[in-house]
Design a protein around this ligand. Structure first.
Ligand code: CXF
Ligand code: ZN
Length: 378
């Protein structure tokens, strides 16, 4: 077996939280056992990249390489990798799927217990980094992926082999955001035909929930946002009605939703990341079977306060949905099939595409709310 060498390539490094990424030459170490080194073909930008880019406190450790939605080609494999080989098309997925722990073997969980989901700083198996800069300083990873680099190293537990004919700028969307929203409707909530769904926040995740709910056959999909301009675009994703949460008159949001739905929606999805909005979503749920699903990420330690009698007397439930409850290795192939069957419309999520050198432009556009998904080509 030929010796695998370190690679020198370009990466966009986050040197200081909240400051423009610096495109520089870095060194990417060879993959260790059960790891794969991949050449990133394209990557897209997720709101979490912005969140972690700004973060000063741990896990906001710098310098590091952000990025976690991507499509790539295997460049080399470490020892004991049998699942993929050089030249295979893959998508990295930030949620490990080891295929052997109790969680990975269960249909009910997507939270691998052998390699627990972690934001930073290194690889899942040993916690160390595969990146250094030209001065020998360690560059940390993000979410086991770090795709803002021409080459990255990813554990086999975080790699999904995909059909090489799938367009890279569509496949990458299933690495995180779009899959999360669609999965939340399909897997976490299990939205049935004829349901009424309320979606709080019409960014990419909220629109992906709408897409998933539409695919599941929901009849009413109510979109809620502070920005009424979002409604026109949201119609393309299956949103049927719009509520502007900034102009409710003297009513509360839950009063408005309950009036519209004759007592509450069957499924309410919080896609913003505010504990207070989770409470609102919970109270918008219909009694008996209403479910509120939490997708947004609030500040670490944010506390929810819910009425326990509302829980008990009204039979509602509250669910968390990391990666939409999807099991990477079994569910993503289904979403890819939906895409080739033209059931899942990925195209409409990609509003912008830029070259790697313009990655900071992509950050700016997402922060200003000007785009859904911006694909960055390496
Ligand atoms: C997120 C999900 C919630 C925790 C942080 C990472 N995933 C990807 O964007
Ligand atoms: Zn993400």
């Amino acid at each position: 077996v030929a010796q695998i060498h370190p690679i020198r390539c370009r990466a966009a490094v986050c040197r200081k939280p909240g400051e423009p990424l610096v495109i520089e030459e870095i060194i990417v170490a060879p993959p260790m056992p059960r790891e794969v080194r991949i050449r990133i073909i394209c990557t897209s930008l997720c709101q979490s990249d912005i969140t972690f880019w700004k973060l000063k406190d741990p896990p906001g450790i710098v310098p590091r390489i952000l990025g976690h939605e991507a499509f790539g080609v295997v460049e080399s494999v470490g020892k004991d990798v049998y699942e993929v080989k050089e030249g295979d098309s893959v998508i990295p997925i930030f949620m490990p799927d080891c295929a052997e722990c109790a969680d990975c073997l269960s249909k009910k969980s997507n939270l691998c217990s052998k390699f627990p989901f972690k934001i930073a700083p290194g690889m899942p198996r040993c916690g160390t980094s595969r990146f250094t800069d030209l001065n020998g300083e360690v560059l940390h990873h993000l979410l086991f992926v770090s795709s803002f680099s021409e080459y990255t190293v990813v554990d086999i537990a975080n790699i999904l082999k995909v059909d090489p004919t799938i367009p890279p700028n569509r496949a990458c969307l299933l690495s995180c955001g779009v899959a999360t929203g669609v999965g939340a409707a399909w897997r976490t909530a299990n939205v049935e035909k004829g349901s009424t769904v309320a979606i709080f926040g019409l960014g990419s995740i909220g629109l992906a929930v709408a897409e998933g709910a539409r695919i599941c056959g929901a009849s009413r999909i109510i979109g809620i946002d502070v920005n009424p301009d979002k409604f026109e675009a949201a119609k393309k994703f299956g949103v049927t009605e719009f509520v502007n949460s900034r102009s409710l008159g003297d009513k509360s949001l839950s009063e408005v939703i309950k009036e519209m739905t004759n007592g509450g929606a069957d499924y309410c999805f919080e896609c913003v990341g505010a504990a207070s909005l989770v409470q609102e979503a919970f109270s918008c749920c219909r009694q008996g079977w209403g479910k509120a699903i939490v997708l947004g990420v609030d500040k670490p330690g944010a506390i929810l306060s819910l009425s326990s009698s509302d829980m008990l007397f009204h039979g509602k439930s509250l669910m968390g949905s990391l990666y939409g409850g999807l099991k990477p290795k079994s569910d993503i192939p289904t979403l890819l099939k939906w895409y080739t069957d033209k059931k899942l419309e990925l195209d409409k999520f990609v509003t912008h595409e830029v070259g790697f050198e313009d990655i900071n432009e992509a950050f700016k556009m997402l922060i200003e709310g000007k785009c859904l998904r911006c694909v960055i080509w390496m």
